[in-house]
Ligand binder design. Structure first.
Ligand code: UDP
Length: 249
């Protein structure tokens, strides 16, 4: 049975109305049926970038699933009276997919981060998920036009390709290369390798529960402050969209 997907549109980006578990079930189903899937885990910064960069918006529109990565997206959906059930972050999807891969001995490929972080990520994944098969890896600082690298990934026939190049690079890489593959889940997961490798810590649970993970990241990595300007811009745009909507009611 094919499940229909309900979409919630926020500033031109169509989010899937899903919980983490429902999404993982869909992705598992896609793997079983040798389908190809492109997953974007979008936060307010990604939505704002897509609104400024037409090509990037087109890349995101190619995705099969765009999930709400960040409390900002969940709150915006609420404000627009089209609520989403929960936050579905790239890091959490990655952990669930690793579990799934471990249970089914799926083949996974890692693309992204520095060589050192990538190496530590692989070590930790091999330690914690003994049954999955890591069929290859590539650090995130490579020449995209190097056909040998692309061919290496294609030949490995991975069930899941984790792309941790950060936004917007990861979505652009997937959008540009996915047509070369016959099957596989392709997902952009930002700084998740840094968390798995232990080079960056996730916010303590209390901060996560208080929906303040974004603030924790800014405090820990102050270089992010410049990028965080997208958050107030996003809120402003969502309010404008809401006003447009209510004036039509
Ligand atoms: N990165 C990469 N190639 C690049 C630029 C960045 O592999 O050309 C990696 C970087 O090492 C880090 C990740 O992409 O591991 C970006 O993490 P960040 O937390 O900035 O991404 P976000 O979650 O904000 O998209």
């Amino acid at each position: 049975m094919t499940k229909t997907k309900k979409l919630i549109k926020i500033l031109g980006v169509s989010f899937i109305d899903t919980t983490l578990q429902q999404l993982v079930e869909r992705l598992h189903d896609s793997i079983i049926h040798n389908k190809k899937r492109f997953v974007v885990t979008a936060n307010p910064e990604i939505v704002m970038n897509a609104n400024k960069d037409e090509e990037y918006m087109k890349d995101i529109q190619k995705a099969d699933y765009v999930t709400a990565d960040g409390i900002g997206i969940v709150k915006a959906a609420q404000l627009l009276k089209t609520p989403l059930p929960e936050r579905v972050s790239g890091y959490e999807i990655m952990l669930e997919l690793l579990k799934l891969a471990n249970q089914n001995s799926y083949k996974v490929y890692f693309i992204g981060a520095t060589e050192d972080t990538l190496h530590k990520t692989i070590q930790n994944v091999e330690r914690d998920y003994e049954n999955l098969e890591i069929v290859g890896s590539q650090n995130g600082f490579f020449d995209w036009s190097d056909d040998q690298i692309t061919q290496k990934i294609i030949k490995a026939e991975p069930h899941i390709v984790f792309v941790a190049l950060g936004a917007p690079l990861q979505e652009k890489w997937i959008s540009k290369h996915i047509h070369l593959f016959d099957k596989g889940i392709f997902i952009g997961i930002g700084g998740s390798f840094d968390v798995i490798a232990g080079t960056v810590k996730r916010a303590p649970v209390l901060w996560q529960k208080a929906n303040l993970e974004w603030l924790y990241r800014i405090i820990k990595q102050p270089v992010r402050i410049k990028r965080s300007i997208a958050i107030p811009q996003f809120i402003l745009q969502v309010f404008k969209e809401k006003l447009k909507g209510t004036s039509k009611e």
